[in-house]
Write a protein that binds this ligand. Sequence first.
Ligand code: GDP
Length: 299
Amino acid sequence: KDRLFGGFSKTSSRLTENLTGLVTKAKLDEQTLDEIEDALIVSDLGPATAASIREKLSQERFEKGLSEDAVRKIIQEEITGILEPVAIPLEIDAFPRPQVILVIGVNGSGKTTTIAKLAHLFLEQDYGVMLAAGDTFRAAAIGQLKVWAERLGVPIISGKEGGDSASIVYEGVKQATATGIDVLIVDTAGRLQNRTELMDELDKIRRVLGRLNPEAPHDVVLVLDATTGQNALSQIEVFREVAKVTGLVMTKLDGTARGGVLVAAAKQFELPIHAIGVGETMEDLRPFEASDLAAAIAG
Ligand code: GDP
């Protein structure tokens, strides 16, 4: 929690700096509203959110008096209102088991670490977990996932570098079913440079999985690196075309002033945000709590 707020306090202090001194007059005039809107945009909340908050503030009567705190409170409420509908944890509820979770995202986004974090979370909830090393493109990715599997004490299905990821996933589901595993978390290649290949690969995984269970994959979780700011938004757009993204995990919120991008993502895409990453260990996953984050961003 400290680390989360450590990270968010940077976001918050930036927004705070940007807001400080703006509210000096008796009412919010056009110029002040413009300046607040700019401050929100600079804080990565995105133009749509900034415009809607501006609109809200312009209609506000401030019956208890106009102050920076009053403005901040309204901003917080607006942000909470945007985040609340998308703050949806990843539940294990597939029947029959296993629930198959594909994890996608560009290399370096924190995909592998997030898989370990999710596995740890599900183990804590007493579910049986298995990993599948579906990113066969990079030998290092397979090795890294094996290290995590060992650390977590969970089984892992893997093949050789350059192997067929769909058959690894197929094998994974078969073994998971045979051994009563509740959740199979699948790593996938993060090659966005070659969109067609990636799309073909994900389609093939989907086809093969569909033969075993028409509901699978149950979840397609896109991992995003918060430090990339607005770039994270364009990644959502691209991955939504490549794969049927069902939810997001935003990582690296411990070291960034870019928490505002979560609000922009929520507003623009309305995809569930399952959790946030706040560090490099498997314990560093936090549930996505709308009002806490709104307070951290605009508090
Ligand atoms: P992948 O290439 O997408 O699988 O990315 P990795 O999981 O290997 O992560 C890339 C780097 O980011 C590694 O050094 C991780 O330790 C680091 N990392 C992942 N998640 C977080 C996070 O939430 N916070 C911080 N500070 N570092 C992270």
